[in-house]
Write a protein that binds this ligand. Structure first.
Ligand code: FES
Length: 248
């Protein structure tokens, strides 16, 4: 090896299969991308939901999905790829029918998130970032999902599963494997990952109001404040960015 050879420290075992050019993207998908783009004053702003639509069709961001987005928006594929590779929510490898996320950020970690992720790897027989060979499940380590008051949390197809334990996770996987209907602990029906991706693209499935918008733990502070008659101090009247006016 010459002194100029580059050796990557990343493991290629779960790399993207660049030879996989399969796609289900059709003229109808492209028409729906145009519909999304027309919702924004600057069509380029539509790229994120358009990519969700591409994922809802192909189960991943395929080269065809990238090209379709670029063609509709009139931008280079390199710009689309720059966005795709920036956000972890876009998958270059096929995600499972059910995409499982386990939060291991600080609060979830100390309350069992790391143990839960370890358990899920063993239960599904895959590592984080991988998909089971039958395409049923994919697993991802996620950062804080702003559900810390219900830690440790798991996500299934972007729906919250609060206060999770390995036993509860096993029960959940059993039900999903058996094709049973599963509800998020906050009430929403868990749909398949591709369907959830279509909703993120902006196509309403009529389920937006299922379940409470805030759980008991999130509202506890408000409840205690009301019981004690506590209120927030009055906000100073801001006259400019830097100079709050003295309260009279
Ligand atoms: S640390 Fe897990 S949701 Fe915030």
């Amino acid at each position: 090896m010459s002194g100029h050879d580059f050796v990557s420290s990343y493991d290629d075992a779960s790399g993207i299969d660049a030879a996989d050019q399969q796609t289900q993207i059709t003229e109808q998908t492209i028409e729906e991308m145009r519909t999304i783009a027309a919702r924004y004053p600057d069509p380029r702003s539509a790229l994120l939901p358009m990519l969700h639509l591409a994922q809802s069709v192909d189960g991943r961001i395929s080269d065809a999905g990238v090209k379709a987005c670029a063609d509709v928006l009139g931008i280079p594929t390199a710009q689309v790829n720059g966005v795709v590779t920036f956000y972890t929510m876009y998958k270059r490898r096929p995600a499972g029918k059910h995409h499982i996320g386990v939060c291991t950020t600080a609060i979830c970690a100390v309350l069992g998130g790391d143990i839960l992720l370890d358990h899920m790897e063993k239960r599904l027989g895959i590592h984080e970032g991988e998909t089971t060979p039958d395409g049923e499940f994919s697993l991802e380590r996620i950062e804080c999902n702003a559900g810390c008051d219900f830690a440790p949390i798991m996500m299934v197809n972007w729906e919250f599963m609060d206060n999770m334990t390995p036993d509860k996770a096993d029960e959940l996987i059993d039900k999903l494997s058996a094709g049973e209907q599963v509800q998020s602990t906050r009430g929403a029906t868990v749909v398949e990952w591709k369907q959830a991706e279509r909703v993120l693209a902006g196509f309403d499935d009529g389920r937006a109001d299922e379940g409470p918008s805030a759980g008991e733990a999130s509202l506890l502070g408000l409840k205690i404040a009301r019981e004690h008659g506590w209120t927030a101090p009055a906000e100073p009247h801001i006259t400019s960015r830097d100079e709050p006016e003295e309260q009279k």
